[in-house]
Design a protein around this ligand. Sequence first.
Ligand SMILES: Cc1cc2nc3c(=O)[nH]c(=O)nc-3n(C[C@H](O)[C@H](O)[C@H](O)COP(=O)(O)OP(=O)(O)OC[C@H]3O[C@@H](n4cnc5c(N)ncnc54)[C@H](O)[C@@H]3O)c2cc1C
Length: 288
Amino acid sequence: MIPGSFEYHRPAGLAEAVALLGKLDSEARVIAGGHSLIPMMKLRLAAPTHLVDLAGVAELKGVRRENGDIVIGAMTTQHEIIGDPLLGEHAPILRETAEAIADPQVRYFGTIGGNVANGDPGNDMPALMMALGAAYVLRGASGERRVAAREYYLSPYETAAKPGEVLTAIRVPAPPAGHGFAYEKLKRKVGDYATAAAAAILTVSGGRIATCAIALTNVAGTPLLARDAAASVIGAALDKPALARAAAAATAIAEPAADGRGSAEYRAKMAGVMTARALVRAFARASS
Ligand SMILES: Cc1cc2nc3c(=O)[nH]c(=O)nc-3n(C[C@H](O)[C@H](O)[C@H](O)COP(=O)(O)OP(=O)(O)OC[C@H]3O[C@@H](n4cnc5c(N)ncnc54)[C@H](O)[C@@H]3O)c2cc1C
């Protein structure tokens, strides 16, 4: 369980990190909290030749408001997400989702950038970012670009990021005041990845759902935006038939593998159950 050898680099700023990645070979990787990458290196599932540590890059830290977006620096830890007052006030689903990740030890080190950049379908933040309509800011040798979270995940561990690009920040359009939200995660024990999980964000008007977005974690090779499930509850007062419709639509798009968490059929069914639970809690939290 000892990783292969690599060269370690610790740039002091973003420009230096990007320049380094531009010069190094294609097997160079950035390291953030190391709580996904180091285990993969120990298991020899990853064998980077160079590690570019972002820990000294101060401009990748922190949460701020900018033109209606909440901008979260990639090196902000999951622990910091939980305690951040701006997120607590404007996008509390981030706190709820971060609290569902692993345990305090992992959350002290694990970063939001590492969680969304990794491309592991078991990570919890990517589905949430799809539901929120977030965009990822990527910086490479040829400049900066934004990619919608909904277009970022291509297959397990394959994303739209190009070699040498650093994910610098996540831009979340601030959800409207009074919105309802919930992240429901079924896991076997504390610290486990999801058997299935669902994020729901909605608004309610006159007792009926006016807008809704739903996304699913760990029930396919990528996080899934559950468009039909969300569309099926628009205009509904969230009665039993509406919940059954949404659950069935979520189950229909799930394509999980059978694993120690259950059979493929069970995990697909749980995607529907988590969707219904998330909708119930989000609806109860929304002000009409
Ligand atoms: C016991 C345990 C349980 C866990 N349970 C869960 C769980 O239930 N849910 C969950 O979501 N996660 C879970 N995790 C994973 C944890 O949340 C990781 O910390 C997180 O997924 C990755 O963040 P990191 O900062 O540690 O990234 P790292 O491990 O440093 O990096 C992960 C990958 O992302 C890339 N990367 C990192 N930052 C950037 C960046 N800014 N730009 C470009 N690429 C970047 C790296 O090159 C690497 O390929 C668990 C981890 C452990 C050890």
